[in-house]
Structures are given as structure tokens and as C-alpha cells.
Design a binder for this molecule. Structure first.
Ligand code: GLY
Length: 369
């Protein structure tokens, strides 16, 4: 299989996303053109280090590699592990012209990218995303950061990577639940802007989940292409980039309500959030009755969560969930901002959605539990 290249065309900050099998084992060739000296510093987590760090070391060939493995999990994405990572990079004498590598999922990519953004006022970094979610979303587009006690991703910077290596082979070591959670973000791309891609997913996603490498490569490429085009239009989320948050207003409230635990993974919350966003769009008279049913039918066919009833344990009431939505950093001037849809593949940003309609939707969804 060949390797695909998606260019993220941001002028002086342009970079390639390379997608395909075997990229870890050829990391040295891929990264060498960026290096001023043959040395890289890798930030990773303990789980990913166990699976892939030796493969990366071999792939780097004669490029010297030093690595720090942080604890795996969302709680790493805060000040203590961030300052540990930055101090380690300084102790390793990483210089302005050096490259930091983020080897891991979204937590490591966001933390390492933010460390690179502030280290010596900014060093370059390469993303090597090891989850489906980070390959199709968080490794591309330059959002970096950590969580605060006040909420997720509230501390950070836009800092574009210099290269992204999305190795399809590493998806083989992902637990099935993590793969499907990442698939929530893939579905999001079809739903927000490409009906033909959603059609394709309805036919091909079962094979993709079962391990079909060609289908995986195509789905990652198409997702990254869509993200790249949106980021090129709106790098710092003044407008269109908000489309990428389809399902996320609901998702963030549900993640907060479930304490960012294994009860609900981020991508699972995105899938449920997309289904709710389509149901909301239908209630607002924007799309047909068939659209939300089709979204939910596909998620169910994939064995994914698609409704509040699929979340184990207690949830707050409709007003409690609304209050959590109001804390979302996407709130502008106190107004809830949703991504709504006129149909599959046709989403838009709505900045002033009627709160009573949202409350009614949540009450009905909670009564289905
Ligand atoms: N994950 C949404 C974005 O990158 O804008």
C-alpha cells in the first residue's frame, strides 16, 4: 500500500500529514529533512511506550532518541505533568532548532504540542498519533494545551506541527472500544460536510472496524483532508472551524457529568452528541425526520453508543446538563452555540439556539433511559 500525503496549507506554517502503513519504521527518513542535528526528544505515555517506543527507536535509525513516558490517561493533561515534561526537555538540552516528537493519543499530542509551543518561546514538533481519534482529529490543526480545574483544554496555544505521521498499522494494537470511540470523530466528518463519505462509511465501516487496512487508510485520509481544508480557511476558529465541534456541546456536558471517566470516552460522547445535534436540528425544523434516524441507525449498527440511555450510571437532569453546556468554552456572550444540520453532510454554526427546545430534547432523551 502506498502512503498518502495531505498538505495542510498554512503558508509559512504549512506541513504534510503522511498516512499509511509502516510509517513508524521509516520515521527516520520522514523526519530527517526537518533536523538540524540528528537528535530528537520524544514525549509519550507508559502504555504507548510499551507498544511502540522500541519500534520508533528502530525506525529512527542513527538519529539519537531520548524519551520521557508520562502516566497514561486524561489526568496527565494538567500542570504537574506538563511542567515535568517541560523541565525534562530543558534538562535534555532541547534547543530552539530541535524537534520534539509527540508519540501517543490526544492527551500526549496536546500536552507535547503545548510544551513545544512554550519551550524557549517555541520549538518545532512532529505528531505521531497512535489512536484513531488523534489521527483524524487532534494531531492535525495545531490546537495544543492542557486542562484546568475550571475545565478541559482551557490553557493552551495554537502551535502547528511540522509533520504528522499517521501510521495505520499502530491502530491494530488499539482496544476495540478505543477504535470505535475514535470512529465517532470519523462519522462526524461525514455528517458535517460530506454526504458521500457518510454513504461510504455506512457500507465500509464494518470492514474498517474489523481491521481492513485499505478502508482504514481511506477513512483517515478523507477525515484529515476535510479537517485540513477547514483549518486552512479558519486556523484560529473565528468561524468555520467551529464546524469541527459538531456534537461537542452535548459531548462536553456529558463528559463533565460523567467525570471524564471510563463511563464515557470522548469519541463516544461525540457520537451521542452528533445524534442529539441531528435530533435538535429536526426539532427546529431544519432537517427531515429521516436524518437523525439514519445517524442513530449507523451508530447502532457499529455497536456504538447513540443516546443518553447508552451511558451507564446516573446523569443530571435537563437543567443540570444545560448548566454544564453553559460552561463550555464555545459559549459566546453567554449564548449557547450549536452546530446544527440541514441534512447529512450539511452542517452550519448556529449561535443562538432556543434553550427551551434544547431542554425539551434533553428531557425526552433522559426519559428514554
Ligand atoms: N478538534 C476540533 C478542532 O481541532 O478544531
Amino acid at each position: 500500500m502506498t502512503i498518502d500525503t495531505v498538505r495542510v496549507d498554512l503558508g509559512a506554517r504549512a506541513y504534510d500529514v503522511r498516512i499509511g502503513p509502516g510509517l513508524l519504521s521509516r520515521a527516520g527518513q520522514e523526519i530527517a529533512p526537518l533536523l538540524k542535528r540528528r537528535r530528537v526528544a520524544v514525549l509519550t505515555d507508559e502504555t504507548v511506550a510499551g507498544r511502540h517506543l522500541e519500534g520508533l527507536r528502530q525506525g529512527l535509525g542513527d538519529i539519537e532518541m531520548t524519551a520521557l513516558a508520562l502516566p497514561a490517561g486524561e489526568s496527565t493533561k494538567g500542570w504537574p505533568q506538563f511542567s515535568r515534561a517541560v523541565d525534562w526537555l530543558l534538562a535534555e538540552k532541547v534547543e530552539r532548532r530541535d524537534i520534539v516528537i509527540a508519540l501517543g493519543g490526544g492527551v500526549i499530542g496536546d500536552l507535547a504540542g503545548f510544551a513545544a509551543a512554550v519551550l524557549r518561546r517555541g520549538v518545532r514538533f512532529v505528531q505521531i498519533p497512535t489512536t484513531l481519534l488523534s489521527q483524524v482529529d487532534s494531531s492535525v490543526g495545531g490546537k495544543t494545551g492542557i486542562n484546568s480545574v475550571h475545565g478541559k483544554n482551557l490553557i493552551g496555544a495554537f502551535h502547528q506541527p511540522s509533520l504528522v505521521l499517521a501510521d495505520i498499522d499502530v491502530l491494530n494494537t488499539l482496544p476495540a472500544r478505543d477504535f470505535l470511540a475514535g470512529y465517532g470523530e470519523v462519522v462526524k466528518y461525514g455528517l458535517l460536510g460530506d454526504a458521500a463519505f457518510f454513504d461510504w462509511l455506512e457500507t465500509n465501516a464494518p470492514a474498517m472496524a474489523a481491521g481492513d487496512a485499505g478502508a482504514r487508510q481511506y477513512a483517515v485520509r478523507r477525515s484529515v483532508e476535510m479537517k485540513a481544508r477547514i483549518v486552512e480557511r479558519d486556523e484560529t476558529e473565528e468561524g468555520d472551524r467551529a464546524l469541527l465541534n459538531l456534537g461537542h456541546t452535548f459531548c462536553h456536558a456529558l463528559e463533565s457529568a460523567t467525570g471524564y471517566t471510563g463511563r464515557l470516552l470522548h469519541g463516544e460522547g461525540v457520537a451521542i452528541g452528533c445524534a442529539l445535534a441531528f435530533e435538535l436540528s429536526q426539532r427546529l425544523g431544519l432537517c427531515s425526520q429521516e436524518a437523525p434516524s439514519r445517524v442513530c441507525a449507523h451508530l447502532k449498527a457499529m455497536g456504538m453508543k447513540c443516546d443518553l440511555s447508552d451511558i451507564p450510571g446516573d446523569l443530571p437532569g435537563a437543567d443540570g446538563l444545560l448548566a454544564l453546556m453553559a460552561q463550555d468554552k464555545k459559549v459566546v456572550d453567554g449564548k449557547l452555540r450549536f452546530i446544527l444540520a440541514r441534512g447529512v453532510g450539511d452542517a452550519f454554526v448556529a449561535s443562538d439556539v432556543d434553550t427551551d427546545t434544547v431542554r425539551g430534547l434533553l428531557e425526552d432523551a433522559l426519559s428514554r433511559r
